[in-house]
Structures are given as C-alpha cells and as structure tokens.
Design a protein around this ligand. Structure first.
Ligand code: GDP
Ligand code: MG
Length: 439
C-alpha cells in the first residue's frame, strides 16, 4: 500500500526543518504509483502530482508533524479538493417536473441507479416517475418495471417498438399530467461508445431538455474512464456523475479521472445490487480509499491530538543517546496510553503488527499503578542502568513495591520491548521539536 511505501520515504525525510524538492520528488513517485495502481488516468495523475509538488515544496514543517506527514496531508487535501470538495446537490427545475437523464455504458448500472435515485427522491417526500427508454437490451424494460414495483414508483413504458425519443417525450407529458415532480429517464448503453447511441441520446436530450444529465460510471472501470467521460460530456453536457459498484474492492480511481476530465461533480454513489437509496458522495472518504491510507490518516489525527511534540522529541533524543530510563518509560506509557488501545494503535502502524511480543504490553490504569510502584522502588542507579537489575535487586524491588518477582521480571521485559518499539515508533512519527535534528 501507499502507507508502507511512504514509510521508507518518511524515514529519510525525518529530522529536516524543510521539505526539499528532492524529498518531495521521492514521495511523489510513491504517490504516483499508488494513484496509477488505483487506476487513475495517467494524464490526470501527472497534473495532480504537479499541483501537489508545487504546494509541498518549501512548505514549513509544522512542529507536530514529520515532513512525510505534511506531504500526505497535502496529497489527501488536494485529492479531496480534486474530487469536488463538498457534496453536490441535485438540480431542481423552476417548474416541475425536474427531468433527470441517466447515461453511460451498458452494464455501468444505469437502470439500478435510476431505481435507487427514484427511491431516494421518494423517501425525500417526492413523487418520481421512471421512464424506460432502453428498448435494445433484452428485458431492460422488464428490469425497470420490476425495480419500480419493488419500491412502489411508477414506470412509464411504451414497449420496445417505439422510438426512445418519443418515449422520453411522452413520459415527460405523462409526468406533468400525473403531477409527478421528478422524471428519471433510464437510457440504453453500449459496450463501447458509438455514434448511433450518442445521436439517440442527443435527441432525447433535445426533446426533454433535462435539468440533470448524470453519467453513470462503474467504479471498476480503468484507464478508459477518461475517454468515456469525455465523449459523453462532449455530446450531452453532463451535470453530474454517479459512481456505482463501490461495494466492490476497487480503489475507485475512476472517480478522479472522470471528475478531472468533465469538471462535473460526483453527486452520488451506488453501493450494491440491492435497491437502496443512492448515497451522497464524500470526497474525503474517497480520497482515503484511493490512497489506501484511511488508517494512516486517522493515526495522524490521533497522534496530533495526543502526542506532546516537545516531549516526544526529547524522548527520541534520549532513545538515540541510549539514555532512556525507567522514569521515561513510565512517562512514555502514559503518553502512548492517551492514543487509545495499544493493540489498535499498533495495527495502524506499518510493520508494527509484526512485533508480536508487544501483544504482552497492555496498558490499563491498574497496571500503570503497579508499574509506577515498581519503578519507584528502584534506586536512581537502577532506573538509569536496568542492566544491573540482578535477582537480589529484583527481589528487593518486588518486596518494596508490594508485587512479585514475576511482576518485576515482566516489567523489565516490557521495558526492553518498549525500547524496541520506541525505536520503530520514532522512525515513523519522530516529531521534531525546535531542538530537533541535532540528536
Ligand atoms: P445498465 O446496463 O447500465 O442499466 O446496468 P444495470 O443497472 O442493469 O446493472 C448491471 C449489473 O450491475 C446488474 O447485474 C446490477 O445488479 C449490477 N449493479 C448495478 N449497480 C451495482 C452496485 O452498486 N454494486 C454491485 N455490486 N452491482 C451493481
Ligand atoms: Mg439498463
């Protein structure tokens, strides 16, 4: 994933006050790969990378961040912005009905999305009408009628012998007559863009003058998303995009491509074959999905909120200088504890899950109190040089702290584990205070 790939870049970026152009270039190579792997169109990736680079170069590093995290943050924000910042709404005709035309390749999910859209509107208190204008695909009309029946939304159809342009025109009249406030026109698709299909869609467009033309795009579509979107946009002046099949395991890079090429907002997403209301599109969630770094982002948020940058930097310096003591250990435990359940935290850190001995470190209130008692029973020398803790010293400490030798042994083992973890943790996070970079 991008997360693990950037990890190595982070390592190199640490300890610098500024992000240099070379640093950014290196990180951008990883971001570019991640986007291409998510099937974002390569031209779109190129533009995107250029924009992020511009923003990242020379950027001051916020105290609580590593430079690598600043870059991730910028990438995420730019990506979110690229996909439309905030959610878009459906247009509404000044005089009902509002006409919505669905377009897209065959199998993209137009018919399913039409029914989902109708259900969404109906749940919002509206009276939609569905129009069956796909007369080519076998059983396409029947499919829409079945879906309409399931959700209790009427379907206007004239069978498959009437021209789709006429069906659309008459459906509009029917909607007016019946007082339906939304007309959703389900159209035919082709496996590939072809002139006859486009001409028919143009004529339907001309006949009903839709308020919305939604391009339905299968999220699994790859590099050709750009060509598809471009062709439809040229012919129909799209007003929005519906991204379907997001319930699959696709990264959904098509979302970026399509948005970038048409400039049209992604208005809704479809999440399954079952007819449920279309869901609004969340650019921020999509950005995390495409980059495969949802976990990384939530970790950054948590860390920002909980880790005292100055203390962490000092701790890291001590680690490096091998000055890390039991007193630091106590304090560090309290710090890490603020991040939440440790096992959950560890899962979020790339590579950390592999340290299975860390499963033994469970930090709860009671244990923290016991740790405190044990550490306080140590002499200053013992706290600073854990190596001298032989059996008789351990026995004395156990007695002094009201614990057992086994408790003391366990703590010393945990201390060693913590040292190891600190090393990894600081490689990842390494917040640098003002004194940073000298250690
Ligand atoms: P159309 O040719 O564009 O009208 O596409 P359809 O609506 O007929 O959908 C094609 C196939 O994709 C059907 O089998 C649908 O059940 C399925 N489908 C549509 N939307 C989704 C979705 O969001 N998730 C999943 N998993 N399948 C979908
Ligand atoms: Mg269909």
């Amino acid at each position: 994933s991008l997360t693990s790939r950037l990890q190595s870049v982070f390592g190199k970026l640490r300890g610098k006050g500024k992000v240099t152009e070379d640093d950014v270039n290196e990180a951008m190579r990883e971001v570019r790969l991640a986007l291409l792997e998510a099937d974002v169109n390569f031209k779109v990736v190129k533009d995107f990378i250029a924009r992020v680079k511009e923003r990242a170069i020379g950027q001051e590093v916020v105290k609580s961040f590593t430079p690598g995290m600043v870059i991730i943050d910028i990438v995420n924000k730019e990506l979110t912005e690229l996909m439309g910042g905030t959610q878009a709404k459906l247009a509404k005709a000044a005089k009902p009905p509002t006409v919505i035309m669905m377009a897209g390749l065959q199998g993209a999910g137009k018919t399913t999305a039409s029914a989902k859209l109708a259900l969404m509107l109906q749940k919002g208190g509206h009276k939609p009408l569905l129009a069956a204008c796909d007369i080519y695909r076998p059983a396409a009309i029947k499919q829409l009628q079945v879906l309409g029946g399931q959700i209790g939304v009427p379907v206007f159809s004239l069978g498959d012998k009437v021209n789709p342009v006429d069906i659309a025109r008459q459906a509009l009249q029917h909607a007016k007559d019946e007082g339906r406030d939304y007309l959703i026109i389900d159209t035919a698709g082709r496996l590939h863009i072809d002139e006859a299909l486009m001409e028919e869609l143009r004529q339907i467009h001309e006949a009903v003058k839709p308020d919305e033309v939604l391009l339905v795009v299968d999220a699994m579509i790859g590099q050709e998303a750009v060509n598809v979107a471009q062709s439809f946009h040229e012919q129909l002046e799209l007003t929005g995009i519906v991204l379907t099949k997001l319930d699959g395991d696709t990264r959904g890079g098509a979302a970026i491509s399509v948005k970038a090429v048409t400039g049209c907002p992604i208005k809704f997403v479809g999440m399954g074959e079952k007819i449920e209301p279309l869901e609004p599109f969340h650019p921020d969630r999509m950005a995390s999905r495409i980059l495969g770094m949802g976990d990384m982002l939530s970790l950054i948020e948590k860390a920002q909120a909980a880790i005292d940058a100055e203390k962490a930097a000092e701790m890291e310096r001590k680690m490096r200088a091998a000055e890390f003591t039991f007193e630091d250990f106590l304090e560090q435990m309290a710090q890490v504890r603020k991040l939440g359940p440790l096992d959950q935290l560890l899962e979020m850190l790339p590579g950390m899950g592999k340290l299975k001995q860390l499963k033994d470190i469970q930090i709860d209130e009671r244990q923290l109190a016991r740790v405190e008692a044990i550490v306080k029973s140590m002499t200053t020398e013992e706290k600073r040089n854990p190596e001298i803790l032989n059996h008789s010293r351990r026995k004395r400490i156990a007695a002094g702290s009201g614990t057992t030798v086994a408790d003391v042994n366990r703590l010393i083992k945990q201390f060693d584990d913590m040292r190891r973890m600190m090393k990894q943790f600081s490689t990842m996070m390494g917040p640098k205070g003002p004194k940073g970079g000298k250690g």
